[in-house]
Design a protein around this ligand. Structure first.
Ligand code: ATP
Ligand code: MG
Length: 570
């Protein structure tokens, strides 16, 4: 392409609304434009990157035998009622009514539609397994759209769904997608990490997230510094530190703590550190009120708690419930004498002579020990923090890093096939439910993640496989005929070999052209300057390095072609 003919509306100033670097650079480099909150137009450069990501995804999905389809954005309410998600999905699901008063929604995901398709068309075990995928526009009415296309309301997703006859088959389909995703993110040129993710009540470790490592990422990854354990914060388990503790009881005493409710207030007032306190948190759940006990310096992980107790609903109890269940006001709850079930974090096993709430206004109890009350059991219910012991190996401790979730794979089991009655007949004519999996990649978010991972003060540093152009041929002086002739020659040789080349034929100052080339992150640049050309040379520069390499005009295209091939087959 000729730069002069391209629609590349770049911006010099940093846009105010952009909080993260990818959003800022995508606006400045003319990749995207905002139409409404969380709704964006892709401009030619951005779209070229998006299409390259799509192409890599297609190739790797097809290689695993997945087949591409395209489902509608508009979905009927009835299917969502069948799966019970019409009620459960909440406000992210954009619902509307047509002229015939039919209720519809914009698809935030396609389990319902694809399950309906497959249950109608697949009757026999002979037609299974099958994995279908699409690259399609989703709509989620996100509560806080932000970071440009990283968390938008309308966005492009690759979503795939597998259908198998049994667990073993479903496990294989899952592993195929696991491998495909690794290949996809490798080929995109990412530094990424696969982590165990929350599976809700389905349980097992059959969900993984693919996280691009970036300090600006919204997600926290917890991993072991010694073994391969890695999980997102929601799911991260904590190992048990073995410390002996005595079995004392009965020595506790009442202490007055006027108006001291919070952990830091009580610990300051009593002059002890927060880890000498035990928090008693009362929750309302779909299985009644419960109390959860955790050391004063730690937080409860609601996701782990919900999974442990197989809860659909979990929320902090209101003041009235607290008074009713404990006899005392908010801020003074303690485990002694409570009749609701108490679930204790593991740490409690190793605590001695600690302080708890007195279930009475302005009162705490000190020198309490585990024997002074009864708990249902000891569990891992706290939020992991760096320095915690690894849950898998003996030696490791946990560390935290940040990442951007670009992909998520999930073993669904019978969840949708049961609720939507998707069955097949086995060889003996017996009916069974299909075993399903689902697999998503945020295509736009993948482009943004590449920019979060690769940038400097001058702009984007994009991995070659997904950069909008692979090389920019840049004649410094477009009015110098020999320069233009050499530039055109190199450019045409590159095009003939299928290299994605841009020729900056604009009659602009060299500084402007260099800046634009850097801003839009083109990985390779061939600079054709008058002085070098006198010696028959041009300069090749990689976006990420400061070094120039001088090569003869006749060798420039060959060298570039080699670099492009190397980058694509790392
Ligand atoms: P998140 O926790 O970031 O909201 P999710 O768990 O809701 O993601 P999935 O339902 O698993 O996401 O969707 C699959 C993929 O789609 C995600 O891994 C992510 O890359 C992408 N994605 C999800 N929501 C958005 C969004 N609002 N904007 C852009 N991409 C998104
Ligand atoms: Mg979400």
């Amino acid at each position: 392409m000729l730069f002069s003919k391209m629609f590349i509306p770049t911006v010099k100033e940093d846009p105010k609304e952009a909080e993260v670097v990818s959003h800022r650079l995508m606006l400045r480099a003319g990749f995207i434009r905002r139409l409404a909150s969380g709704v964006y137009t892709w401009l030619p450069l951005g779209l070229r990157s998006l299409r390259k990501v799509e192409q890599i995804i297609r190739e790797e999905m097809n290689r695993k035998g997945a087949q591409e389809i395209l489902m509608p954005a508009v979905q009927p309410k009835e299917l969502w009622v069948e799966s019970t998600r019409w009620e459960k999905y909440g406000k992210e699901l954009l619902r509307f009514t047509d002229r015939n008063n039919r209720e519809l929604c914009l698809g935030p995901t396609h389990e319902e539609v694809v399950t309906d398709l497959v249950r109608r068309e697949v009757k026999s075990y002979k037609d299974l397994p099958v994995t279908l995928y699409q690259i399609q526009t989703k709509f989620r009415d996100e509560i806080r759209p932000r970071f440009g296309i990283m968390r938008s309301r309308e966005f492009s997703m690759k979503d795939a769904y597998s259908f198998d006859t049994d667990e073993a088959g479903a496990g294989k389909s899952y592993m195929d997608m696991y491998e495909a995703y690794n290949n996809i993110f490798d080929r995109c040129g990412f530094r990424f990490r696969v982590v165990e993710a929350d599976t809700g009540q389905i349980g097992g470790s059959f969900s993984h997230e693919f996280m691009v490592l970036a300090e600006t990422g919204e997600d926290i990854i917890i991993s072991c510094d010694t073994c391969g354990y890695a999980a997102n914060l929601e799911r991260a388990e904590v190992g048990v530190a073995q410390k002996a503790v005595s079995g004392k009881k009965g020595a506790h005493r009442r202490v007055e703590t006027p108006n001291q409710r919070k952990i830091d207030e009580v610990s300051a007032f009593l002059g002890i550190s927060p880890d000498r306190l035990l928090k008693t948190i009362i929750y309302n759940t779909d299985k009644g009120s419960i109390g959860v006990l955790v050391r004063g310096d730690r937080e409860i992980n609601d996701t782990k708690l919900k999974n442990l107790l197989k809860l659909d609903e979990l929320e902090l109890a209101d003041e009235r419930t607290i008074e009713e269940k404990t006899g005392g006001p908010l801020g003074f709850s303690g485990p002694i004498g409570l009749s609701i079930p108490l679930y204790a974090d593991m740490d409690l096993k190793f605590m001695e002579d600690f302080v708890v709430g007195g279930n009475e206004r302005d009162v705490h109890v000190a020198d309490v020990n585990v024997g002074d009350f009864s708990v249902t059991g000891f569990y891992d219910v706290k939020v992991a923090v760096p320095g915690d012991k690894c849950p898998r190996c003996d030696k490791g401790s946990l560390v935290a890093t940040r990442g951007i979730e670009v992909g998520h794979i999930f073993k669904l089991g019978l969840k949708y096939s049961q609720s939507m009655n998707a069955t097949f007949l086995d060889s003996g004519g017996k009916e069974h439910f299909m075993v399903m999996g689902c697999y998503g990649i945020g295509v736009g978010r993948t482009v943004a993640a590449a920019i979060e991972q690769g940038n400097d003060e001058n702009g984007m540093i994009l991995p070659l496989p997904i950069a909008p152009f692979e090389v920019d041929v840049l004649p410094v002086n477009t009015t110098h005929p020999e320069s233009m002739e050499a530039a055109r020659k190199i450019y045409n040789e590159l095009l003939a070999k299928g290299v994605d080349a841009l020729l900056d034929d604009r009659d602009e100052r060299p500084g402007v052209k260099f800046k634009d080339c850097d801003l839009i992150g083109i990985p390779l640049r061939v600079t054709v300057g008058e002085r070098n050309l006198k010696e028959g040379l041009v300069e090749i520069k990689r976006r990420e390095s400061r070094e120039f390499e001088k090569v003869p005009v006749s060798e420039a295209a060959g060298r570039i072609i080699k670099y492009v091939e190397d980058a694509k087959h790392r």
